[in-house]
Design a protein around this ligand. Structure first.
Ligand code: ADP
Ligand code: ZN
Ligand code: ZN
Length: 740
């Protein structure tokens, strides 16, 4: 028998299968991980396929040295998925295969943890006789009694009852009275116990959504997009769907944007499904992650909740894959290979005959466009549960505030609503949008944002040399002293810190209690959960935070939400900035009024007329989508085009720039006389928007490509170029999550 093997080395040169001999004694199967000789060394490899004969000189073929596990770590479905990722993401197969396993499994960095067990080997009727025969050893007698139920007992537990048991225990084992053996022990992460609340009566909208979704558990359906407003009870729909899948003997994967941000969802699931559920996320220890992975692989846990990479969970017989908050950027991998977990979910569901459900209150432009095209089925839940109203949203024009002499960070309205909210004994959440912090420059008098003359994006302030730059075309201007539109001197880079707001709140509302959640206060492992619990317990009236508090949280006491600076993401130099602002605002607004008392929202903005802000205030997704979709079409942005870039990183900028220039020149030379060049809508080599990260200078070749079947040929060639030799580190990115 021979095996085709991918050696676990990520390099373009070895991105092909090698043939090895598979000795019968090893019982090699496709999907197994093995150790093989490779050149002068030994390497790990994946068995792709077995075959009867080798197509070249058999005497030259080396044997597989060992199987790393006695079962195939890779399921056939996941191997098929790896091939697909290789083609889609233009990466070596080995890199795609690595996605399918906990990273620590490679190189044997985690081991199966075992514990020693003891069991009595004699039948019950001989027990008294055996005890009598050991009159001279109290310890042996005790051990026999402790084991008299015939069940296996961990030796560690016996130790607590019988001191220094090693010698007597070994003696009993030698006399064949007791059997000692190793058993696998799972490092199950501890989540705490939660009691299952009774199932609520489904609302008519939930019923209707389920009646469309349940038949899809048998497979063969298009993916579904569930657009359900905040508080419409999407989680309950997931739970019923998963429960039905289990009843049919099938499994489920539920993807969530970031596990630490969704403790409630996990609790809801855990209380309903208990140990049938496994959780996969980055905050588990390596051992815990490995053990959870094995529980899934063995079929002990049929339900998996996890972040992006859980889409590769090794569950067999999947009934459904759910992607919660599908608009979140975290579903796009920020590492190479840059896969999109939503695409993988759709493709895996199709392959394995599982239903695929994407859900959000604010779907991504891409997914909603797929519904328009008829590739996905749209399901809507436009109302909150129990006839609870959506919150009332007030837009406050901060330019007006300034005109009236209010230079502070709180508008009159927000101050007033906060006072009321606290006086009534309710809670409030204040949201500060800090993404794209040190970025755009705005006039606080007229709201003008300084934009590039050639692109529809804001320019970015660079404090080092006090210039404004366009990250799309490279335009540079000096920082103006006055607003180019109205001449006001109140023009400056936006951005305020959460800490400053916290101080201000403590001054204005002494005794109310403020909990601040941002990267600084949640650095420690469970800090996030503790802060959330403290707020839920009512220990503070105001929760202040960044993106972190924007979504997923369900606090029934919160009746007021304030978005202190709604504009910041709007001016971030990315074609998706309007989309992100809309999503964020609707999501934060959705935190208000989830309990019995109706909610109110105050959005403070310098651009109250911007469509993203307007439609967010109306909570009108469809109108927003139409507007955004038209803009993408007319300005040729995804999903109508593809953004591709070579990122070149080096210690010094000139080295990074030289690599970028040479790649650009090669592309122009190679393609300019071919029809493929028409697919490149623009190409440019320059410094990346963030010029240095971790002391590496960053340059880029940025391209906008037209979507067309030929474009794939271009991308394949680009991948080869990216694998070439340069003085800088070069990576190819296609529609990256961030263009920073
Ligand atoms: P979404 O994810 O759509 O924003 P959630 O799933 O968080 O909404 O549900 C919002 C709240 O409504 C939760 O507190 C949940 O327990 C509750 N809920 C969900 N379905 C029902 C129902 N059918 N009857 C009563 N309450 C429900
Ligand atoms: Zn102005
Ligand atoms: Zn520009």
């Amino acid at each position: 028998m021979y095996a085709e093997i991918i050696v676990d080395i990520a390099s373009e040169e070895v991105d092909r299968v090698f043939t090895y001999r598979a000795p019968d004694t090893l019982n090699i199967q496709p999907g197994m991980r093995v150790r093989v000789p490779f050149g002068p060394r030994e390497k790990e490899g994946f068995v792709i396929r077995l075959k009867e004969t080798a197509d070249y000189d058999e005497s030259k073929i080396k044997p597989i040295l060992a199987a790393l596990e006695n079962y195939p770590a890779l399921l056939p479905e996941l191997m098929a998925l790896a091939w697909e990722i290789r083609d889609r993401c233009h990466c070596p197969l080995c890199e795609a295969l690595r996605l399918m396993l906990p990273a620590e499994m490679r190189g044997g960095r985690v081991k199966v943890k075992t514990r020693e067990m003891a069991r009595l080997k004699i039948p019950p009727e001989r027990i008294e006789e055996a005890i009598a025969a050991h009159k001279r050893s109290k310890k042996k007698q005790m051990l026999i009694r402790l084991l008299s139920d015939g069940e296996p007992h961990p030796v560690d537990e016996l130790k607590e009852m019988v001191s220094n048991l090693r010698e007597p225990l070994n003696d009993l084992a030698e006399r064949e009275l007791v059997e000692l053996f190793e058993e696998e022990a799972l490092r199950a992460p501890y989540y705490g116990r939660v009691d299952a609340p009774p199932d609520p009566q489904l609302t008519p909208e939930q019923e209707e959504a389920l009646s469309e979704l349940l038949p899809a558990l048998r497979g063969k359906s298009k993916p579904f997009l569930l657009q359900g407003v905040t508080g419409s009870g999407k989680t309950e729909v997931y739970i019923r769907l998963v429960r039905q899948a289990l009843k049919m003997g099938k499994g489920a994967i539920i993807l969530v944007p970031e596990i630490v941000l969704t403790p409630q969802m996990i609790n809801w699931f855990r209380s309903r499904f208990g140990d049938a559920m496994a959780v996969l996320h980055s905050r588990l220890s390596a051992g815990e992650r490995f053990d959870e992975w094995r529980r899934i692989r063995r079929g002990d846990a049929r339900i998996v909740i996890g972040a992006r990479s859980a889409v590769f969970a090794p569950g067999e017989g999947l009934g459904v894959i759910i992607v919660d908050e599908e608009h979140e950027q975290t579903y796009l991998s920020d590492r190479f290979p840059q896969y999109d977990a939503r695409e993988i979910a759709a493709s895996r569901g199709k392959r394995e005959g599982a239903a695929v459900l994407l859900a959000s209150a604010t779907p991504s432009i891409y997914s909603y466009a797929m519904c328009r095209r008829g590739d996905y089925t749209l399901i809507e839940m436009p109302h909150r549960v129990l006839n609870r109203p959506l919150p009332r949203i007030h837009l406050v024009d901060m330019r007006q505030e300034l005109r009236m002499g209010n230079h502070g960070m709180f508008s009159g309205l927000l101050q007033e609503k906060l006072e009321q909210c606290i006086a009534q004994g309710h809670q409030a959440m204040l949201f500060i949008n800090r993404r794209g912090y040190a970025s755009s420059v705005n006039c606080r008098k007229c709201g003008e944002t300084i934009k590039c003359s050639r692109c529809d994006v804001s320019m970015t302030y660079h404090s080092v040399d006090q210039t404004l730059r366009c990250h799309y075309c490279g335009e540079i201007r000096p920082m103006p002293k006055a607003c180019p539109a109205c001449g006001s001197p109140y023009i400056k880079p936006m951005g305020i810190g959460t800490q400053k707001v916290e101080e201000e709140l403590n001054k204005r509302f002494p005794g109310a209690g403020v909990i601040r959640m941002d990267v600084d206060t949640t650095a420690e492992k469970n800090a996030h959960f503790e802060l959330v619990d403290r707020f839920r317990a009512g220990q503070a009236k105001i929760l202040l935070g960044t993106q972190m508090i924007a979504k997923g949280l369900d606090f029934p006491q919160v009746t007021l939400v304030g978005a202190v600076m709604a504009d910041l993401t709007l001016n971030f130099p990315d074609y998706r900035s309007a989309e992100r602002t809309y999503q964020l605002l609707v999501q934060v607004a959705g935190r208000a009024g989830r309990g019995e008392d109706p909610g109110e929202v105050v959005i403070q903005t310098y651009q109250p007329d911007h469509y993203a802000i307007q439609y967010a205030a109306m909570q009108d997704y469809r109108a927003y989508f139409n507007r955004e979709f038209e803009r993408r079409k007319s300005d040729l942005y995804p999903p109508f085009t593809m953004m591709a870039r070579f990122l070149c990183e080096a210690r010094e900028m000139p080295v990074a720039m030289a690599a970028a220039e040479s790649i650009k020149n090669r592309i122009v030379e190679e393609f300019s006389l071919t029809p493929l060049f028409r697919r490149i809508f623009f190409i440019r080599a320059d410094e990346a928007p963030i010029t240095r990260i971790q002391d590496r200078a960053r340059a880029q070749v940025l391209m906008k490509l037209l979507n067309h079947p030929d474009t794939d040929a271009l991308l394949r060639r680009f991948q080869e170029m990216a694998g070439g030799e340069y003085a800088a580190k070069v990576t190819l990115e296609i529609n990256p999550a961030s263009l920073a």
